[in-house]
Design a protein around this ligand. Structure first.
Ligand SMILES: Cc1cc2nc3c(=O)[nH]c(=O)nc-3n(C[C@H](O)[C@H](O)[C@H](O)COP(=O)(O)O)c2cc1C
Ligand SMILES: Nc1ncnc2c1ncn2[C@@H]1O[C@H](COP(=O)(O)OP(=O)(O)O)[C@@H](O)[C@H]1O
Length: 283
């Protein structure tokens, strides 16, 4: 059962009776399976390695109604097994249940695993068997590899949602509106970017979602610089300064070098037509 609380800062830790523990980068379908085993006073204990780039820390709460409490791995990784459990019992004095996956290990040199957790914690310990989808093991590292290969549709299936990044708007070369099509240029920090290429996407501006096409990569046909730029279909958008979100849906093609602006422009117009057709056919 899910609850409506959604900010850990507002939830008293004393009310928490069950927790799921892990890194939770991606908040993918296997993570969501763990959360299904929490009770209505459940919480997520997220251990921060500093390497999360699918759902970096401040973007993670959006994918669960359970409050998330963050712990820095470097601060707890030296603990012996009993010390780790002691910490959890102190943090959550009414803790009755812990949910982890089959591969969960913790403490000094990661030498404590699920068997030790069962022995050390006096309460209910629920271990979730490995979750796979179409024979693919669901793990954040696996999802990262699909994204790096541009295999968005597989990545999205494993994520259980469309992969989404946040960026802030920056100035482009100023060529787009003049020579090609207008685009919003983005600077993206923290998030893993999919493989260079052209993608069917949705772009969210001020909570409104638009169909879009996004180019991501080195502008090998113009100035060679790296860019993330999104063109919103069928709309005349005034460039603003709001945080922009991009949801990736499908890769259209690789990043290509064109020997004239004319050829690049024709290709871009063709990409836009393909994208429009895609959206017409799915609605
Ligand atoms: C749909 C789309 C596809 C693109 N494909 C390529 C490409 O294959 N190769 C390339 O070098 N640049 C590509 N670009 C980037 C253009 O070079 C870029 O839009 C142009 O340089 C204008 O940049 P500006 O917005 O910074 O002015 C693409 C842009 C869009 C919108
Ligand atoms: N495919 C899976 N099946 C079952 N449990 C999983 C799976 N992936 C992760 N978990 C569990 O979810 C929690 C978070 O794991 P984490 O290591 O952050 O995920 P990932 O393996 O995706 O990086 C851990 O308790 C882990 O054992």
């Amino acid at each position: 059962m899910e609850m409506q609380k959604n900010s850990s800062t507002l939830v008293n830790k004393k009310t928490i009776t069950s927790i799921a523990i892990g890194g939770f980068d991606g908040m993918h379908i296997a993570h969501q399976e763990l959360f299904k085993n929490l009770d209505e006073n459940g919480a997520i204990v997220s251990i921060e390695s500093g390497f999360a780039n699918l759902t970096p820390k401040r973007y993670r709460q959006e994918y669960s109604n359970y409050p998330i409490y963050y712990y820095v791995l470097d601060n707890i990784k030296h603990l012996e097994g009993d010390q780790f459990i002691k910490l959890l019992n102190e943090e959550f004095p009414n803790l009755k249940k812990i949910v982890v996956g089959y591969d969960f290990c913790f403490g000094k040199n990661r030498k404590y695993c699920t068997k030790d957790l069962k022995e050390l914690f006096h309460g209910d310990v629920k271990i979730i068997d490995e979750i796979k989808l179409d024979d693919i093991a669901v793990h954040s590292r696996v999802i990262r590899e699909y994204l790096k290969d541009g295999e968005i549709e597989v990545a999205n299936k494993l994520l259980g949602k469309e992969y989404k990044i946040y960026g802030h708007q920056i100035k482009g070369q100023g060529l787009g509106s003049k020579s090609f099509v207008p685009t919003i240029n983005l600077k993206v920090n923290e998030f893993l970017l999919p493989k260079e290429g052209v993608y069917i996407t949705k772009t969210i501006l001020e909570e409104k979602e638009y169909n879009s096409i996004t180019f991501l990569g080195h502008r090998v046909s113009t100035d060679g610089s790296f860019a993330v730029e999104t063109h919103i279909l069928n709309e005349d958008i005034k460039n603003n300064n709001y945080t922009t979100q991009i949801k990736f849906i499908k890769k259209l093609r690789e990043n290509l070098k064109f020997d004239s602006f004319e050829k690049l422009k024709n290709q871009i117009l063709e990409d836009i037509e393909t994208t429009k057709k895609y959206f017409i056919n799915i609605y």
